[in-house]
Every structure is written in structure tokens, then in C-alpha cells.
Design a protein around this ligand. Structure first.
Ligand code: URA
Ligand code: SF4
Length: 208
């Protein structure tokens, strides 16, 4: 199967998937969308009300803000892939659960393999946690981390920036860095998560 067919196959499977309980509340699966040669993938959390109605990612208020952020860097939604860690709407937009994220992960992995993007931008905590389990968004947002050969850039969720005005300039500044990050993608060193040893205070040497 070529990458384009694989992407279509993933979308077809998502729409009939019963691998986790989220399928009970699914009206339409939201596999994600974008061109096969996209250089960037944006990965959000999960579909909300409007996404579940339309079967398309980021079509509500957060989506309009995402469109604005893209326009700010001379990009259009048609240029990028937009998806989510879970492909079916969590009831009442609750947070996706760990089991649901892992049940759904094979779809995301296949999409990443098929598109082979230069940069993956995670939108929000759950998406960041999928790639960088121990990272803190307030310390790493907007920075590129190379994880298994791929650049991951964690950003605040656009919906969070809509609710909390102080995040707006932060997410705008993080987006402004994306064109450069895409250019530098090949040269970045591999990111190492700190081990518990690194986090310990250096031991005081006894002089006596
Ligand atoms: N929020 C998300 O995380 N994903 C969507 O698709 C829409 C809103
Ligand atoms: Fe399947 Fe993912 Fe939907 Fe769960 S969220 S039913 S794993 S497609």
C-alpha cells in the first residue's frame, strides 16, 4: 500500500473502530486530514462536538483560532496535516483516558509513518504527553525536541489560549518560530529526557 492509500485506509478503519469505549459516542470518526506530503503535523487532543458532527478536525472555535495562527505564518490548513491523539469524541469533551490514547495510538503511528513529517506540533497536554511523557508544557513549549529522529514541538492548546488570554501571545510567538524550525529540522540533536539521577542535587563533597 502506498502512503496515500494507507492514510485512506486508516480513516476507513477509524470510522468502524471499536477498540475503545469512545466508539459508543461517535457520530463521525475524526481521523484527521491534510496532504500526504505535509511537512508539519498538528496533533490535538480529541474531537469535540462540531468535529464529531462533521468528521473533520478543529472545525469549532479552537479550529478558527488555529486557522488564524497558521495565517500568521503564511500557512493554510490545506498545507498541513491536522489530527488528534484520539479519533472519537470523548463524551461531554472530557479528557481522553490513558487506555483510550493507547488503544488509538496505532492509527496515529500509521499516519506519522505515511506522512513522514519534518515536525510534529503537539497541541495541549495529552498530545505532548504521548511523545514526551515527563515534560512540562510551561517549560518546553515552543522548543524543538528530537524524539526518535523526529522533531516534536509542544504548544499550548488553542482552546486554552482562547480561555486564558495571557497564553495568546505565547502561542503566537511559538507559531512564529515554526518556519525556522522546519528549516533546521535535519540538524537538531536528539533530546534526552532527564533521568531521576540528573534531577538530584549534586552531592556536596566532604572536605574532611
Ligand atoms: N480540540 C482538539 O483537541 N481537537 C479537535 O479536533 C478540536 C478541538
Ligand atoms: Fe477506535 Fe480510536 Fe475511536 Fe477508540 S478513539 S474507538 S481506538 S478510533
Amino acid at each position: 500500500m502506498n502512503p496515500e492509500e494507507e492514510l485512506k485506509q486508516v480513516a476507513a478503519e477509524v470510522n468502524v473502530c471499536t477498540k475503545c469505549a469512545l466508539h459508543y459516542s461517535r457520530k463521525n470518526g475524526v481521523p484527521g486530514e491534510g496532504p500526504i506530503n505535509a511537512q508539519i503535523m498538528f496533533i490535538g487532543e480529541g474531537p469535540g462536538f462540531h468535529e464529531n458532527e462533521q468528521g473533520r478536525p478543529f472545525v469549532g472555535a479552537a479550529g478558527r483560532f488555529l486557522d488564524e495562527l497558521l495565517a500568521g505564518i503564511q500557512m493554510k490548513r490545506e498545507d498541513v496535516f491536522i489530527g488528534n491523539v484520539v479519533k472519537c469524541r470523548p463524551p461531554s469533551n472530557r479528557d481522553p483516558q490513558t487506555e483510550e490514547i493507547s488503544a488509538c495510538s496505532s492509527y496515529l503511528e500509521r499516519q506519522i509513518q505515511a506522512i513522514n513529517p519534518k515536525v510534529i506540533v503537539t497541541l495541549g497536554r495529552y498530545s505532548m504527553g504521548y511523545f514526551l511523557p515527563n515534560a512540562k508544557i510551561s517549560s518546553i513549549h515552543g522548543q524543538a525536541m528530537k524524539v526518535i529522529g523526529r522533531l516534536i514541538v509542544a504548544m499550548y492548546h488553542p482552546a486554552a489560549a482562547l480561555h486564558q488570554r495571557s497564553l495568546r501571545p505565547i502561542i503566537e510567538a511559538d507559531f512564529a518560530r515554526l518556519p525556522d524550525l522546519i528549516k533546521q529540522a535535519g540538524e537538531m540533536p536528539e533530546y534526552q529526557e532527564k533521568t531521576s539521577e540528573d534531577k538530584q542535587e549534586p552531592k556536596q563533597l566532604s572536605l574532611f
